[in-house]
Every structure is written in structure tokens, then in C-alpha cells.
Design a protein around this ligand. Structure first.
Ligand SMILES: Nc1ncnc2c1ncn2[C@@H]1O[C@H](COP(=O)(O)OP(=O)(O)OP(=O)(O)O)[C@@H](O)[C@H]1O
Ligand SMILES: [Mg+2]
Length: 297
């Protein structure tokens, strides 16, 4: 109990001093922290994050990916990396964050999660404090931080979603994907007060198909969840070349950057990067983690 109070105090002090130094210098740009999530699994989150990261790094942005996905197709596979350690080793104080992060050929830094990703609700206060100060070091290393949250409404997914500056939901036109995306936004808005979401529709054959998915989701939100806003950021066509790239443990953006899907993902990355942040978050990673922990404690 006392420890929890102590943690909240440290978090508040850190957030406050960050804000002050942000205002004082006015030069410091904190990274934008973007969660990419979905209700149903297998809708393309990991590939979208990986390819957006490559695109933005080619544009000169410093990109970090936090892999919070415990699914089978982890981000390190499509980057063809074989990380030795994961965030579990940071939590247990066996390793520092910079010893655990791996770097792709593009210069993208990846924090591996894998099956070792700890349930944040189960961490003790000391572990949370340690993780918080380790994450602080990311603030200076990135312009954009993508969090590949995994699918569904498990506690970690929800915590990550509500902690990020923005929550991007990926859905396909399959009815189960649409209903699960709705269910995820419903829980996020009712339990965590998130009122603003962005939508990417993946694996579609036409713009009209993507717009139907958006209309169906935003219609349901308007009807049943007042005050929740869903913004359409774009769609990605079904593209066999993406599947081929995955089979070869690679990324579409590297293998066929001129493909329809790669171009669509590039446009979406730009769109996300250029749009104003619609939350009160100031985008620094400490603030991000502190929000995670404040939700947990
Ligand atoms: N635009 C696309 N066109 C064709 N196939 C796609 C497209 N996007 C994704 N896929 C296929 O869907 C598979 C799953 O993609 P991915 O692993 O990125 O989904 P995910 O949402 O991260 O899954 P999980 O919920 O398990 O983490 C890919 O391996 C690929 O075969
Ligand atoms: Mg995934």
C-alpha cells in the first residue's frame, strides 16, 4: 500500500518535471506513442506496424517498436531477428533495456516481448519502478514508438491501449473482426474512458468494402456508445505479396515497396504521423508507462 503510494508519487514527480523541462526548452520533441490493436487476432497488426516502421525510418524518423504481442507471429520474425532476451529480463532486473533491445538493418529498435511478456498487473512495486526508469531512456531515442499490442481484451492489451497517445484499431471486413473491434472499443471506452480511436481496414478488395466496415463500426458506436469517435485513417488491399514476404521472414516494404499494400501502408504511416494528437498525453514514454501503472495500481 505504502509502496503503491510511493510509486504514484515518483510517477507524478517525473511526469511533472518532464512537462516543466518540455516547456522550458520548447525544443524537446517527445516521441509519439501509437498502439496498434485489434479485437480479433490475425488481422495484420504486426505486419502493419513492421512496414510502417520501415517506411518512417526510410523517411529519417527514429522508430522504436515495443512488441507486446504474445501471438505466434512476433515482430522479430518478420524482421528476421532472433533476440536473446525479452522484456521479462528487464522486469527481473537481469538486463538493462538497451541490452534487451535489438536493432534491425533499417536502424529500427525493437523491444522483444514474446511469450515472456509479463502481466503488468502482476508486477510488484519495485519491478514497476525499475521498468519505469528503464523506459524513461526511450524518450531520447525515438520520434515514434509503435506498440504492437496483440489482439483481444486481455489486461495487458487494454493497459497498453489506454496508455498510448493514440489507439489504432485494425479490422478486416469479416463480420467477426468487426464485432470484436466494436467489443474492444466498448470495453476501452466504458472501463478506461478512451473516447477516440483510429481505424485501419486491412485485406480489402476495394475502397467501398473498407468504407462499409467503417460505416458499420461508426454506426454502432454512434448508436450505442455516445461520445466515442472513430476516425478512418485508411485501408490496405489484400495483397499476396505481403503473404509471400511473411513466408520468407521478411517485410513487404523491403521486398516489394511498389506493391499496392506497401504503398497503402506508407500513406497510412504518413497520415498517422501528420495528424494532430487528440489526447491530453504529452507523448513521452515515461508518461506512457506511468499511465500504465496508474491504471494498474
Ligand atoms: N494486406 C494483406 N494482404 C494479404 N494478407 C495479409 C495482409 N495483411 C495480413 N495478411 C496475412 O495475415 C497474416 C497475419 O498477419 P499479422 O501476423 O500481421 O496479424 P496480427 O494481427 O499481428 O496477428 P496476431 O493477432 O496473431 O498477432 C499474415 O501472415 C499474412 O499472411
Ligand atoms: Mg501480431
Amino acid at each position: 500500500m505504502e509502496q503503491a503510494k510511493g510509486l504514484r508519487k515518483v510517477v507524478k514527480t517525473q511526469a511533472l518535471s518532464r512537462r516543466k523541462s518540455n516547456m522550458a526548452s520548447d525544443k524537446k520533441n517527445f516521441p509519439r506513442v501509437i498502439a496498434v490493436t485489434s479485437g480479433k487476432g490475425g488481422v495484420g497488426k504486426t505486419n502493419i506496424v513492421g512496414n510502417m516502421a520501415v517506411y518512417l525510418s526510410q523517411m529519417g524518423k527514429r522508430v522504436v517498436i515495443i512488441d507486446a504481442d504474445v501471438g505466434l507471429a512476433n515482430i522479430d520474425i518478420i524482421f528476421n531477428l532472433r533476440p536473446e532476451y525479452s522484456i521479462r529480463h528487464v522486469v527481473s532486473c537481469e538486463k538493462k533495456l538497451d541490452q534487451v533491445m535489438v536493432e534491425s538493418d533499417h536502424g529500427i529498435k525493437i523491444l522483444p516481448g514474446g511469450s515472456g511478456f509479463a502481466d503488468l498487473t502482476q508486477l510488484n512495486e519495485g519491478e514497476k519502478l525499475n521498468l519505469l526508469s528503464e523506459f524513461e531512456t526511450l524518450s531520447d531515442q525515438a520520434d515514434v514508438i509503435f506498440v504492437d499490442t496483440g489482439a483481444g481484451i486481455s489486461s495487458n492489451v487494454l493497459y497498453f491501449n489506454c496508455a498510448c497517445d493514440e489507439c489504432v484499431v485494425v479490422a478486416t471486413s469479416e463480420p467477426t473482426s468487426i464485432t470484436d473491434a466494436y467489443a474492444m472499443m466498448k470495453v476501452m471506452s466504458q472501463e478506461y474512458g478512451t473516447k477516440y480511436f483510429k481505424l485501419i481496414v486491412n485485406m480489402v478488395d476495394s475502397v467501398a468494402e473498407a468504407k462499409r466496415v467503417y460505416a458499420s463500426l461508426s454506426g454502432a458506436l454512434d448508436k450505442f456508445l455516445k461520445n466515442v469517435v472513430l476516425e478512418y485513417v485508411g485501408h490496405i488491399p489484400f495483397d499476396k505479396q505481403l503473404q509471400q514476404a511473411v513466408k520468407n521472414r521478411g517485410l513487404l516494404m523491403d521486398k516489394t515497396p511498389d506493391s499496392m499494400a506497401a504503398k497503402a501502408i506508407g500513406d497510412i504511416a504518413l497520415n498517422l504521423g501528420n495528424s494532430p494528437i487528440r489526447t491530453d498525453a504529452n507523448g513521452n514514454i515515461t508518461f506512457f508507462m506511468s499511465k500504465v501503472f496508474q491504471t494498474v495500481t
